[in-house]
Design a protein around this ligand. Structure first.
Ligand code: SF4
Length: 432
């Protein structure tokens, strides 16, 4: 049942589970996916022959809460001269957002463009260390302009300049209105797991009501075609907003049983505030920690006493109209302290008045240095004072922290690092 899996192959081409049916859908892309797939599937010349793996996505559903900028190739809904089509984004991966290639692709040329990009990658992609052979690395070496010239060798049409990107962000909701007036339903799995019984119930319900079943890249199951926005199922809290990797039960590289330990997160509040979390068991990033509002990577540490579970924490993702992968802010946060830290980050977001967490990342978090963000959120925990950014510059906020009587100032240094170290150990050390 499997062909061309793993190693240096194309991965499954993905799209939005509401493709073609959501009330905002502009183009049904599934037929294009099948045609793109036929370019390589079962074709010997492509079997394991790419410089490195290649993830592809295409979406023409503007308002559905999915984003695909972490893919090597992404066709994103756009408007060109008088028609709908796609802007081409290239070079995404788990730790990088794809870049705008400034090329508009009409629907009838998507497959040809996909093949042209793939052939350019096959011919010119780097072939050295496998850690540096993704499309991202080729683009880093030769730049987008030269790669566009490489694409042109295999693309038999004039390319159009990029159109107006038409993807809009929408909160993830349990029910969505479809074009024909019916509804779609997102059934939250338990971070990618579902019981045998639950699955049987879903399938039976879908059969009884003539519903279509689709699997989302967010690890949830979608039922499409409901007459009313209601279903007879119970669901776990917060699961729609967390993408969790396989974890130690299924993957030898994980130091955490990620799917169980998501229970340490403030799930109800994350759901209420519509904040997404990507949780990976190692830096390979299958939980997409660089591409969600808050990113986490599990690890173990003895920094605060006996060896304990801990996490790296990432912030700053922009995935709407601009693309930016998250930055590593905290190298190590003990598991038991993680929820409190996330709570103060959410408090800061709420105080900003921004309409969603991504806007908070773009307009606030990404104005400040990594060292300062670490210092600031630790200080909020440590001082237990209601201090907020209030749009102030980093240096001003730091001066104000220095005036707080309990803030750890040190004669020998006024750098962030000393205060960070003192606050972390005073709060998180488990051995006196
Ligand atoms: S992120 Fe790491 S631990 Fe998690 S599934 Fe991927 S490889 Fe395994």
């Amino acid at each position: 049942t499997t062909l061309q899996v793993l190693t240096d192959n194309f991965r499954n081409i993905v799209t939005d589970p509401y493709d073609g049916l959501h009330e905002s859908s502009r183009i049904e892309v599934y037929p294009l996916i099948e045609q793109m797939q036929s370019v390589f599937l079962g074709q010997k010349e492509w079997m394991g022959m790419l410089p490195r793996k290649c993830n592809t996505a295409i979406s023409a559903t503007p308002q559905s809460g999915f984003h695909f900028f972490g893919n090597d190739i992404f066709f994103a809904l756009a408007q060109g001269e008088g028609q709908w089509g796609f802007n081409l984004f290239l070079g995404g991966k788990n730790s990088e957002a794809s870049q705008d290639a400034d090329i508009f692709v009409p629907p009838q040329r998507v497959v040809v463009m996909f093949e042209a990009v793939s052939r350019a990658f096959m011919k010119y992609g780097l072939r050295g260390s496998r850690a540096k052979t993704r499309l991202f690395h080729l683009l880093s070496e030769i730049g987008m302009e030269r790669f566009r010239e490489k694409i042109a060798e295999f693309y038999p049409h004039e390319t159009e300049r990029g159109g107006v990107l038409r993807l809009q962000k929408a909160p993830k909701q349990q029910f969505a209105k479809l074009r024909d007036g019916r509804y779609g339903y997102c059934h939250r799995s338990r971070f990618g797991r579902i019981t045998h019984r639950e699955l049987e119930q879903l399938v039976a319900y879908a059969r009884q009501n003539a519903l279509e079943i689709r699997l989302g890249v967010d690890q949830n199951i979608y039922l499409l075609g409901l007459q009313k926005p209601q279903v007879p199922f119970d669901e776990p809290t917060g699961a729609a907003h967390i993408t969790a990797c396989a974890g130690s039960r299924y993957c030898a590289l994980s130091l955490w049983n990620i799917k169980e330990e998501t229970a340490f997160l403030p799930l109800a509040r994350l759901e209420k505030e519509q904040i997404t979390v990507g949780f990976s068991g190692c830096l390979k990033g299958c939980g997409r920690h660089h591409h969600e509002d808050i990113g986490l990577v599990g690890l173990r540490t003895n920094l605060f006493g006996p060896v304990t579970k801990a996490a790296r924490l990432f912030l700053g993702t922009e995935y709407g109209t601009t693309q930016k992968a998250a930055r590593l802010i905290f190298h190590v946060v003990p598991l038991e302290q993680l929820s409190d830290l996330i709570e103060v980050i959410i408090d800061e977001y709420k105080a900003s008045g921004e309409e969603d967490f991504e806007s908070f990342s773009k307009n606030h978090l990404n104005r400040y240095s990594t060292g300062f963000l670490m210092l600031w959120f630790l200080a909020k925990l440590y001082l237990r004072q209601n201090i907020t950014f209030e749009g102030k510059e980093e240096q001003q906020l730091y001066r104000e922290l220095l005036q707080q009587p309990d803030f750890p100032r040190h004669q020998e240094s006024n750098e962030y690092e000393t205060a960070v170290r003192v606050m972390m150990h005073e709060m998180w050390d488990t051995e006196a």
